[in-house]
Ligand binder design. Structure first.
Ligand code: GLC
Length: 551
């Protein structure tokens, strides 16, 4: 197989599978995943039916934030392998018809990056310091931070350096102190990242996921911001914030688009941008900027018909004028796994369980939800393990937690480790084939009951989540109506989502308590024992023999 030809750019309808490399597959037996592990499992992903993989950061990193603290943008962390391993992985992916997107973390570096070490050692006002946001403090002896900006992981966004100078300066970090923000007004930074993009493009990557995109520009005057809640880095609620979604940020992405467009092939830029609604998100997209964005409004939508309908409508309305395709996703390495979220009524964030989750209910909703997701126009993202129905592991012992959120909030927020537990592949005991026999224990412990959720256990079972994902992806691929742009809501009861794609394809999702009648020949049901009706928390795909008359 080779990379499939597509009449449209491939990324307009691609299903992209996120790999969190530390937790995907461990080949060398150190208890952490690696690139050789990914390469060995690529046939599984090709067989699952996805089009591409997005690999969370694999660069050299002190791992203060799970790899999102990069100390060299053009190399691989030894724990994951080597550049040769990456090249071999690209070649094997392409041979199998899979594309590869890498993560580009350019809002900040690691505090161990040579650029930051040089900046710390240099004088205030030097070119080295100009690569970051170093400022004088306020108050007596500059002992207070330069302004009131907060960090996403808790506490102030400023840390004072201890360099023996009086007064010592402060540096900005929108995330952990080990992640100093780069200054994107600095010409050296801009030029250097053009080269970083070219380095990976020349090695054969098919795109970049742009981490923390809206954070990259800051207001030049560093003014205070009136946070609605100063405890919460709630970017989706902010308007006119001076360090997030500042309009000058778009210059960076237009420049990156020129670099990508100058390279042969159809590489894609994907924005990670949690901003205030799809209208603000749409500003990142377009023919001279980023091609697609991860749709957080859909990720965060509850299992509720009105909320889902609204986010679907708002997304498509905002993106239509610029011709950008929508994307749809339910989970990622930053979110509480959706099988758990959908099993409880209340809000679930990184804070830890607010209430118990009915996982059986959560999984039936997750089955219906993937059929909704894959039936919507545009692209979709899957997060490793959701195809097995994995839940959030909410009872990890405090001692194993590694997310900086846990320590930075004094344990108030447990963080994101619960969705990063290593995958179960086979066997009946941990490490469930994640690591080879005799290896070190996985870096986070896996629940014993995952013996029933391994790839091996699910692949032979036609009723498993894995079988549903495989079938849904296969049907999607062979159904031209699903890959086209057309979408139309059809009349339905209030707690039913019903829509048509093309002329003959129909998706019905029942979020209410009562059965609803089916309206045509069902080609796939999320209910493994369909009754003829569409039951509660069930989705069906219908393909009509002839285009039906819709009243
Ligand atoms: C993004 C990543 C997240 C990381 C943060 C800082 O949101 O997805 O994992 O902690 O950026 O880089």
């Amino acid at each position: 197989m080779s990379l499939p030809d597509a009449p449209d750019p491939w990324w307009r309808t691609a299903v992209i599978y996120e790999i969190y490399p530390r937790s995907f597959a461990d080949h060398d037996g150190d208890g952490e995943g690696d690139i050789a592990g990914i390469t060995a499992r690529l046939p599984y992903l090709a067989d699952l039916g996805v089009d591409a993989v997005w690999i969370a950061p694999w660069y050299p990193s002190p791992m203060a934030d799970g790899g999102y603290d990069v100390s060299d943008y053009c190399d691989i962390d030894p724990r994951f392998g080597t550049l040769d391993d990456a090249d071999a992985m690209f070649a094997e992916a392409h041979r199998l018809g899979l594309r590869v997107i890498v993560d580009l973390v350019a809002n900040h570096t690691s505090s161990q990056h040579p650029w930051f070490l040089a900046a710390r050692a240099a004088e205030p006002g030097s070119p080295e310091r100009a690569r970051y946001h170093f400022r004088e403090g306020t108050g007596l002896d500059g002992g207070e931070p330069p302004n009131n900006w907060i960090s996403a992981f808790g506490g102030p966004a400023w840390t004072r350096i201890d360099d023996g100078r009086t007064p010592a300066q402060w540096y900005l970090h929108l995330f952990a102190p080990e992640q100093p923000d780069l200054n994107w007004e600095d010409a050296t930074n801009r030029d250097t990242f053009d080269d970083v993009l070219r380095f990976w493009l020349d090695r054969g990557v098919d795109g970049f996921r742009i981490d923390a995109a809206p954070g990259m520009s800051k207001h030049p005057d560093y003014p205070d911001f009136a946070y609605p809640d100063p405890q919460k880095f709630a970017t989706a609620t902010w308007t006119d914030n001076p360090h997030w979604d500042v309009d000058t940020v778009h210059d960076i992405f237009r420049r990156w688009r020129r670099v990508v467009d100058a390279h042969p092939g159809e590489q894609v830029l994907v924005a990670e941008a949690v901003v205030n609604g799809p209208e603000r998100l749409a500003r990142y997209l377009g023919p001279d900027e980023i091609q697609t964005a991860f749709n957080f409004d859909y990720v965060h939508a509850p299992w509720d018909p009105a909320a889902l309908r609204e986010v679907i409508d708002r997304t498509m309305t905002a993106l239509a004028p610029i011709g950008a395709p929508a994307t749809w996703a339910m989970s990622s390495h930053d979110e509480v796994r959706h099988a758990t979220r959908f099993g409880r009524a209340g809000e679930t964030t990184w804070g830890g369980p607010s209430q118990t989750s009915d996982l059986e209910l959560g999984r039936s909703r997750a089955r219906a939800a993937i059929m909704l997701t894959l039936a919507l126009p545009g692209g979709a993202y899957l997060y490793q393990g959701e195809e097995l129905g994995l839940e959030e592991v909410e009872d990890l012992p405090d001692a194993v937690l590694q997310d900086p959120v846990f320590t930075r909030t004094g344990g108030r927020i447990r963080g994101r480790d619960g969705c990063r537990v290593p995958l179960p592949w086979s066997g009946t005991e941990a490490p469930f084939g994640f690591s080879p026999t005799g290896a070190s224990a996985p870096w986070l412990p896996q629940p014993a009951h995952w013996r029933d959720l391994t790839v091996e256990a699910e692949q032979g079972d036609p009723d498993s989540m894995l079988s549903l994902y495989r079938t849904a992806l296969a049907v999607r691929k062979e159904t031209a109506d699903l890959l086209g742009p057309s979408f139309e809501w059809l009349p339905s009861a209030g707690d039913v989502l019903r829509f048509r794609r093309g002329t003959r394809f129909e998706c019905v999702v029942n979020l209410g308590p009562d059965d609803v009648p089916t309206t045509g020949p069902v080609v796939l049901s999320s209910d493994s024992a369909p009754s003829g009706n569409v039951g509660p928390d069930t989705a069906v795909w219908i393909v009509h023999d002839v285009p039906p008359e819709i009243p």
